[in-house]
Design a binder for this molecule. Structure first.
Ligand SMILES: Nc1ncnc2c1ncn2[C@@H]1O[C@H](COP(=O)(O)OP(=O)(O)OP(=O)(O)O)[C@@H](O)[C@H]1O
Length: 523
């Protein structure tokens, strides 16, 4: 029996139901790359074929399968078919296996998720040792239950080794393969692998590929695209999971630009009554992917070493996660050849430095407005427009249409900020040359990047240095018609790492999503 799960171009991709149900499969892809979608498609196919399975749902996102299919939803609350803690799970699972009924085991509200899952794994293994009826256990967020470091649910490990003979298959899903017990991953004879970008995770799946080049292709996959390999497919095939029959509940919330709000110069003290044990959310933060241990591990590889001596010259002094404020900005301006067309630009700015950042598999830092902070509008206009060969004051006046007094004052401000320098030429004319280390980007060239999954921030973030008014001044200097129409602060996790050696201390900033070193200063 074949299950139609996706498409490669016009070709339907099917997988063998027997292999899915009684084999060991891993579904791996970073957050937002389409794992839950893919698992739901597989479940829909299994439900249509009346094949029994039990899906451990850690986020409460699969109950929409009930809209179209008959299944048992075990969870917390009265709307469930059976409540955890109030029902005899063994009896329910026994009947489900016998009647080939699917079960959603929703632990999203359970007090101790691991404990409930451990009990379920025991029950399933025990029942299947007697019943031996094909049945599949699907474990979402496997890194929570069978971690590489920490206490693993031994029964799931046993199912991965000895489940097949009992008719009990295992499908494990994770966004962080490097955090899943290696002995379980290596037992997976079938793999469905989507987009991955973190080096440790790429390394963790390299055992399934024959070359590094193949592994690197994973970083280029689009959401929904997966390689299907091993027992499920005669040869490695790249496919996109098909459309769902039921509604997808794990939809990524869209970041909607908020109406302009003033950015406070410094964080205001919270009102008395709000100070409690659980502080109110400071805003929305991108969910970190990298654990502190992993950040420290990456930092170890970045220590300077003495020439030809393996012993590192530097020691890691500290490594802490902090949240940098980012400003998601939307600007409207008049553009086009005769400046009659209203254009919009959306971009994200690091509010500590003024650098432009693009969110895409982590953060990409691009030249931005850092050197322009604190200048007035005229100075921004002049320095951003100065040709590399430089201009005289008269040429600046002609190019900018600014009055002589304003140009004189701005030139003085720019010279003090060391953003221009004088080059004497023939005769008495003085030519001013720009000293900007980075070219100022045009508004049309700014991009916002991807929306990353967010959660409420419950710790104190770093302080923003860029205010709305300083940003408005820069934008007006670059484009007089520019108006800020949306401004929202979001927070981004980074690790600040400090090294020390006999020569002193230095620091680096690691991206909390991709683990890459960022060209940003520590706070
Ligand atoms: N095959 C697909 N076809 C169409 N859209 C898709 C497909 N796969 C994913 N998507 C889109 O991508 C979004 C994210 O997918 P999904 O929720 O499955 O991610 P995920 O890998 O499970 O993320 P997380 O691990 O953070 O839960 C979905 O809301 C959906 O809009």
């Amino acid at each position: 029996m074949e299950l139609a799960i996706g498409k490669a171009g016009d070709r339907d991709i099917t997988v063998d139901a027997q292999e899915v149900v009684t084999g060991r499969t891993c579904i791996i892809a970073q957050s937002g790359a389409g794992k839950s979608w893919g698992i739901a498609v597989l479940c829909e196919q299994l439900l249509q074929a009346r094949i029994g399975f039990c899906l451990i749902d850690t986020e409460g996102e699969y109950f929409s399968l009930k809209d179209r299919f008959s299944l048992i939803w075990i969870g917390s609350g009265e709307s469930c078919d059976a409540e955890i803690g109030k029902t005899d799970i063994r009896e329910v699972m026994h009947d489900a296996i016998r009647s080939r009924t699917a079960v959603i085991f929703d632990v999203s509200e359970a007090e101790d998720m691991r404990d409930e899952v451990a009990k379920l794994a025991e029950i399933l293994y025990d029942l299947e040792s007697r019943l031996k009826q094909p049945f599949l256990l699907i474990v979402e967020e496997a890194d929570k239950f069978i971690p590489q470091i920490g206490v693993s649910i031994k029964k799931i490990e046993e199912i991965s080794r000895r489940g097949r003979k009992r008719g009990l298959g295992l499908m494990v899903a994770t966004q962080r393969p490097s955090l899943v017990a290696k002995n379980v991953l290596s037992q997976c004879n079938s793999q469905i692998i989507g987009k991955l970008s973190i080096e440790n995770d790429l390394k963790a799946v390299s055992l399934f590929f024959s070359s590094r080049k193949e592994v690197e292709e994973l970083a280029e996959l689009e959401p929904g695209e997966f390689f299907v390999m091993g027992g499920l497919s005669r040869e490695k095939v790249k496919m996109k999971f098909r459309d769902r029959v039921t509604k997808h509940r794990g939809v990524t919330p869209r970041l909607v630009p908020a109406p302009p709000v003033p950015v406070p110069e410094s964080p205001a003290a919270p009102p008395e009554e709000e100070v409690g044990e659980d502080p109110p959310a400071a805003g929305d933060a991108v969910i970190p992917v990298l654990l502190r241990e992993e950040a420290l591990d990456i930092a170890k590889g970045k220590r300077k070493r003495r020439f030809r001596i393996l012993e590192p010259e530097e020691r890691i002094v500290s490594g802490e996660r902090v949240y940098r404020p980012l400003l998601a900005v939307e600007v409207r301006y008049l553009g086009g050849f005769i400046r009659k067309t209203t254009k919009t630009a959306s971009f994200v700015l690091d509010a500590c430095t003024g650098c432009i950042v693009e969110l895409d598999r982590g953060m990409k830092v691009r030249p931005g407005f850092s050197e322009l902070l604190g200048l007035d509008e005229a100075a921004v206009k002049i320095v951003a427009g100065l040709a590399n060969g430089g201009s005289t004051v008269a040429e600046i006046e002609a190019d900018t249409h600014l009055p002589p007094g304003v140009v004189k004052k701005a030139v003085k401000q720019l010279a003090q900020a060391k953003l221009i320098t004088e080059v004497k030429t023939m005769g008495s004319a003085v030519v001013y040359v720009p000293l900007l280390t980075e070219e100022v980007p045009g508004l049309h060239a700014l991009r916002r990047g991807e929306d990353l999954p967010m959660e409420p921030l419950r710790e104190v973030p770093l302080e923003a240095k860029v205010t709305e008014s300083s940003l408005r001044t820069i934008l007006k200097g670059l484009e007089p018609t520019a108006e800020i129409v949306g401004l929202e602060t979001i927070y981004y996790p980074v690790y600040e790492i400090w090294f020390a050696s006999e020569h002193g201390e230095r620091s680096i900033v690691l991206d909390g999503i991709s683990g890459k070193e960022l060209p940003l200063p520590v706070s």
